[in-house]
Write a protein of this length. Structure first.
Length: 403
């Protein structure tokens, strides 16, 4: 029987060990050349074993040894790729698994590679926040905002996961949930909101996996999760593999959606065309993305979704959800207007005889303030400009909180 070949071939084992050590040390260094590694190896070998004790091969042979030992480490490629590769688990590991919709939902935010016309008329990049269900790969909800996503946007993302995606004017009837593989009639007997829903399932998260971005570790987001009864599982610092599914989903969105949209700028400046201009407003781009989710993403076969009984057939998110919901069931969570207010951030303000001041605006009360006791109260405060705005008042010793 032919024996397995050892790394390094016939090279001295001491030399192979030193080369592997030097290559491992490149992970957090700026990218250099192979000649730099060769000089580092020569110096370390001389210090450790003495001058001339371990034979250093010719430059060509040494470079072949480096190529063999550097397989998959990217020691001479992009530093970001090298660090990402180095953070992968070394021991055998099990990928994140979920057996029912909503069991694990991964959430994250990234800049979208499309220019848009913002509300103030300025052209700029926008940020996309999504929540991805691990079991079915359904994109439960998506929120597009100008650069600088806030905690309130993340809380809105949570709320949108619990609400059916409504049909929009102009959408084809083929995008209705009743026309999809989702068991619409059975689900509508449980949740009447699905009568005019688009073909995207409503998935209630049990556990949400987040990174350590300030948006997701904020008091507003954690309070929103607590209000909705959602457990929060922080990923380990600098470990993108803990939420690799949502990271990979962003890459798929870039290739399947962004590059086909007018205003696409590429993932970096080297891929950007000349005179790229924004065509869509932020609202139009958001509506276009939501239609793409229903028409394309939810019905497109996903290579990561395969039945153990049909391993050669890739399933779509809607197909997998239809299979899982028959076993796990569906429990609707209906939010009221008060529930939405509870998800918004709290700011404390002193109640004066003229009302409260918020962002240099004075809000006078259409209702009455009650400032005694520990009970929360809601009032409707009318801004001086005349528009109505719901305000939550938490009465405590003459102070109020508004969301």
């Amino acid at each position: 029987m032919r024996g397995s070949r050892q790394p390094g071939g016939h090279a001295d084992e001491r030399l192979v060990a030193v080369v592997a050590e030097v290559l491992a040390a490149q992970e957090n260094l700026s990218t250099g050349t192979r000649s730099r590694v060769m000089r580092q190896v020569e110096r370390l070998v001389a210090e450790r074993y003495g001058q001339g004790v371990v034979e250093i091969p010719s430059r060509a042979t040494f470079y072949r040894l480096i190529k063999e030992l550097d397989e998959g480490k990217h020691s001479f490629g992009a530093a970001t790729t090298r660090r990402s590769q180095g953070r992968r688990p070394q021991e055998p590991f099990t990928p994140t698994m979920a057996v029912r919709p909503g069991e694990i939902v991964q959430i994250d935010t990234t800049p979208l590679d499309v220019l848009a016309v913002l509300d103030d008329g300025v052209t700029g990049r926008v940020e996309l926040s999504i929540a991805v269900d691990v079991a079915s790969r359904t994109i439960c909800a998506a929120v597009l905002r100008p650069a600088g996503t806030k905690a309130v946007d993340a809380a809105l993302l949570l709320a949108r996961t619990l609400v059916p995606e409504p049909m929009r004017p102009g959408w084809a009837d083929a995008l209705r949930m009743s026309a999809s593989l989702i068991p619409h009639a059975r689900l509508m007997s449980i949740d009447a909101r699905l009568e005019h829903a688009a073909a995207k399932p409503v998935i209630v998260p049990d556990t949400i996996v987040i990174d350590h971005g300030k948006v997701f570790v904020s008091d507003t987001f954690t309070a929103a999760c607590r209000t909705l009864g959602i457990s929060v599982q922080p990923a380990r610092p600098a470990t993108p593999t803990d939420k690799g599914i949502v990271e990979r989903t962003f890459s798929s969105i870039n290739t399947l959606f962004c590059q086909h949209v007018a205003g696409y700028v590429g993932s970096n400046v080297t891929q950007r065309g000349r005179d790229v201009e924004a065509v869509w407003t932020l609202r139009e781009l958001s509506e276009l993305f939501e239609e793409w989710l229903v028409a394309c993403w939810q019905s497109r076969p996903h290579d990561g979704l395969r039945s153990p009984f049909l391993p050669n057939k890739a399933l779509s998110p809607n197909e997998v959800y239809a299979l899982l919901v028959t076993r796990a069931g569906h429990l609707p969570v209906c939010l009221t207007g008060d529930d939405y207010i509870e998800l918004l951030p709290v700011e404390w303000r002193k109640i004066n005889d003229y009302g409260i001041v918020m962002d240099y605006r004075t809000y006078d009360g259409c209702g009455s303030f009650r400032v005694k006791g520990w009970v929360r109260h809601r009032a409707r405060i009318c801004p001086a400009e005349g528009s109505d705005e719901p305000v939550r008042v938490r009465g405590l010793c003459g102070t109020a909180s508004r969301c």
